[in-house]
Design a protein. Structure first.
Length: 464
């Protein structure tokens, strides 16, 4: 039986309804029978998918878009205080609900798995959603990326499990009370909200404190920040802590990862028994994400061999090493990587899949604050590519910071021995790549901004 729609959310209005997190919540509410409405800055396939579910989606932001009978207004941390729809809600006394509170309400009465970490959340959440669905468990899920089409980032299922991506960037993951929590890694990021690693650790400790008594924490045994966090929460005895990874002391130990082109074969030691399964996406980091998903499913009582087989059905999520196509012998792949650790992991995966061919990168830095703090490390990561083109910084929600430009990354890349060049005109990229690429090359468009739009344009230019 479908969980009821909370009374305050039966006629919700979403400001920024097309965003990855917001659209997922809107989709689930619409599927549960709520009269969903909202607005977004521009038209998109996601807006169309929401309309197909009966939602009213306005393009642009205006006070008149807020219906007279709206029961609440849902916002994310990206919505500024001067938004006209938010101002109209304040004038009319309509409750304002943060995205994380709305998602937490949707989990009420279910068995939530919350996936947290600085990197890998979307992939791991997707792996769980796909594998649990393959096993006929019909989970609900809310993911930060699309599985196979616009609007496929969320679904209301009839089963008792709810899989959710838990975002640490604004501390919103403190709102959830999962039965199983996964922590993939703990690193310094989101510099506008965290000033130090101590603040990051404190935030993740609060998240662990939200795990339901009798529940399970699944945490990496390999990554230094995750191991430190495990030590910090060791005093909590009302939950089970399960570590996973290649470390000798891991509870779920990865014995071997064997690359197979764009797939991997993974062998783990779990509860004294060896288990081998296939991960249908390339790279060691994705193999480890799959092992985290396996450990979480087992914590919910799902047989390990069933879940391992189902994990092989996962074939990826948009923007996570997504093959966009091939033209004249050149493959174009899209990567959401925007933090140095993610960049390094995806480039190492591509190096393994390239089989001696060249890896060319078009990188778009994401956020001035991140570039200011991690620009050197981004440049060092690009040294793993054979040749790179670096675009201007994608600002997203931020205002420019004096002196912070892509030059910080390019200088660091050159110092690390990378072949790299700047390009300020995104429209020129297809011609630039066409002049660089030759048959057998892999071209990686990389970043969290609109660099993702370049894939089809590069393919079209290569074909011409």
């Amino acid at each position: 039986m479908a969980p009821a729609v909370p009374t305050t959310m039966d006629r919700p209005h979403f400001i920024g309804i097309g965003g990855a997190g917001m659209s997922g919540i809107a989709k689930i509410l619409a599927q549960r029978g709520a009269a969903v409405a909202g607005s977004d800055a521009k038209e998109s396939a996601t807006a169309g998918a929401l309309r197909d579910l009966g939602a009213t989606v306005h393009i642009g932001h205006a006070s008149g878009h807020l219906a007279e009978d709206a029961s609440c207004v849902v916002v994310s941390s990206a919505i500024r205080a001067d938004n006209p729809e938010l101002a109209a809600a304040a004038e009319r006394g309509i409750p304002v609900v943060h995205r994380s509170d709305a998602l937490a309400r949707l989990m009420d009465g279910l068995r939530p798995i919350a996936v947290a970490g600085t990197h890998g959340k979307t992939t791991t959440t997707s792996m769980l959603a796909v594998s649990l669905d393959t096993l006929g468990l019909d989970p609900s899920y809310a993911i930060g990326g699309d599985l196979d089409g616009p609007g496929s980032n969320a679904r209301h299922g009839a089963g008792e499990i709810f899989v959710a991506e838990a975002d640490e960037s604004d501390r919103s993951f403190h709102k959830y009370a999962p039965e199983v929590a996964i922590i993939l890694n703990v690193e310094l990021d989101h510099h506008a909200n965290y000033a130090s690693m101590d603040e990051i650790y404190e935030s993740f400790e609060t998240f662990v404190g939200r795990v339901r008594p009798g529940g399970t924490l699944v945490v990496s045994a390999d990554q230094a920040g995750a191991r430190e966090l495990t030590a910090r929460v060791s005093g909590r005895h009302d939950i089970e802590v399960v570590t996973y990874g290649e470390a000798e002391d891991a509870d779920v130990r990865v014995v071997k990862i064997s690359p197979r082109g764009l797939t991997s074969e993974v062998t783990v030691l779990l509860n004294g028994r060896m288990l081998t399964f296939t991960v249908s996406v390339p790279g060691r980091h994705y193999a480890l994400n799959a092992v985290a998903a396996l450990a979480a499913g087992v914590a919910l009582g799902i047989p390990a061999h069933n879940l391992a087989s189902a994990l092989g059905k996962y074939t990826g999520v948009k923007r996570r090493l997504q093959l966009k196509g091939e033209a004249n012998g050149v493959q174009v792949i899209d990567s959401y990587a925007h933090h140095p650790t993610e960049m390094t992991a995806d480039l190492e995966a591509m190096r393994g899949a390239a089989a001696g061919s060249r890896v060319l990168v078009v990188f778009q830095p994401h956020l001035f604050s991140r570039t200011q703090e991690l620009g050197t490390e981004m440049g060092q990561a690009l040294a793993l590519a054979d040749d790179s083109v670096v675009l201007d910084i994608y600002p997203a929600r931020e205002d420019p910071v004096p002196g912070v430009t892509s030059a910080l990354i390019i200088d660091a890349a050159v110092a690390a021995g990378a072949e790299v060049r700047a390009e300020h005109d995104m429209a020129a990229i297809p011609d630039v790549i066409a002049g660089m690429a030759r048959p057998g090359d892999l071209v990686l468009t990389m970043g969290a901004g609109d660099v993702t739009d370049l894939g089809p344009k590069i393919l079209a230019r290569l074909e011409s």
